[in-house]
Design a protein around this ligand. Structure first.
Ligand SMILES: CC(C)(COP(=O)(O)OP(=O)(O)OC[C@H]1O[C@@H](n2cnc3c(N)ncnc32)[C@H](O)[C@@H]1OP(=O)(O)O)[C@@H](O)C(=O)NCCC(=O)NCCS
Length: 147
């Protein structure tokens, strides 16, 4: 699939979609970016709230929120390769913010891959630390306070 996509973002629904989201994460993080599968699957998926972007009935984007006290940890943001730069990640970030507010979180935190820092800055995140390497990839901690 490629070209301009019509998509919706919402909470993940059911085991089939969960499986599709994990397949997409594997393709993007493990195959494309070389992250070891045991790091991608960190054992915390069952605690998470998973969001998806759906286009033509397929999961084309996904991310995860973990609520830890007043902090919502955002991670595992992946968009299918042929459908990037169309606002899908931005739409997932917006929905994640709504979900975090609904859960009563006072802030959202994430580890951004430095190449994608602009994506998060545009969504209102600010840097809160130094660059570090995780799974062989440069990251930087960012946060967004929810007023
Ligand atoms: C990062 C990723 C999730 C972005 O998804 P996306 O749907 O293409 O993002 P958006 O279309 O919402 O991008 C919004 C803005 O973010 C910035 N951005 C997005 N991808 C970028 C890239 N590869 N390089 C630089 N800036 C980028 C741009 O400012 C972009 O606006 P523009 O397209 O008008 O220039 C996607 O490239 C991806 O899945 N990458 C592989 C996995 C990954 O790196 N995940 C993030 C871990 S922190």
């Amino acid at each position: 699939m490629s070209g301009t996509a019509v998509y919706e973002v919402r909470r993940l629904s059911g085991e089939d979609e969960f499986h599709s989201a994990l397949v997409l994460r594997h393709e993007v993080f493990c195959v494309e970016q070389g992250v070891p599968a045991h790091e991608e699957l960190d054992g915390r998926d069952h605690e998470g709230l998973h969001l998806v972007a759906i286009s033509a009935g397929e999961v084309v984007g996904t991310c995860r929120l973990l609520m830890v006290g007043p902090t919502a940890q955002f991670s595992r943001l992946a968009v299918r390769q042929g459908l990037r730069r169309q606002g899908i990640a931005t739409a997932l970030l917006e929905l994640a913010e709504q979900e975090a507010r609904r859960a009563g979180s006072s802030r959202l935190v994430l580890h951004a891959q430095t190449y994608a820092q602009r994506l998060y800055e545009q969504a209102g995140y600010r840097i809160r630390g130094r660059v570090f390497v995780e799974a062989g990839i440069e990251h930087i901690a960012m946060e967004r306070r929810l007023g």
